[in-house]
Design a protein around this ligand. Sequence first.
Ligand code: 5GP
Length: 120
Amino acid sequence: MDSDQSIFERIMSGDIPSELLYEDDQAIVIKDINPQAPIHILLIPRVKIPRLVDADESHQALLGHLLLLAGKMAKQLGCDEAFRLIINNGAEAGQTVFHLHLHILANKSFEEGQLATAFG
Ligand code: 5GP
């Protein structure tokens, strides 16, 4: 096993099981193993970009794809009227897996002004 592989790369290669909701040639969508809301899914690009700040112009189309996919997944899951889209960038912001991913959280009440505590 390549020890530099992220957990998400191991999920994509089938080493680690996951609840797969969607996949295409650029990304996969899985349920979070430790959900913080009734709907908590992860949109993960197949290419490992460690953090959002590590993305560059070559990733522009991919980042757009992930945002559009977030909207499509929200519609598919029936939470398109109210969901949160979160990217943790850096350990101090709560990032634990250093392979860029977008969290969609929904079906819980989000208090006004509680962004920092809405997740985690
Ligand atoms: P971060 O804290 O890096 O923004 O988010 C990482 C997320 O990945 C966490 O919400 C965590 O629960 C999830 N996670 C970590 N390991 C696994 C795993 O093996 N399977 C799944 N489905 N989710 C995982």
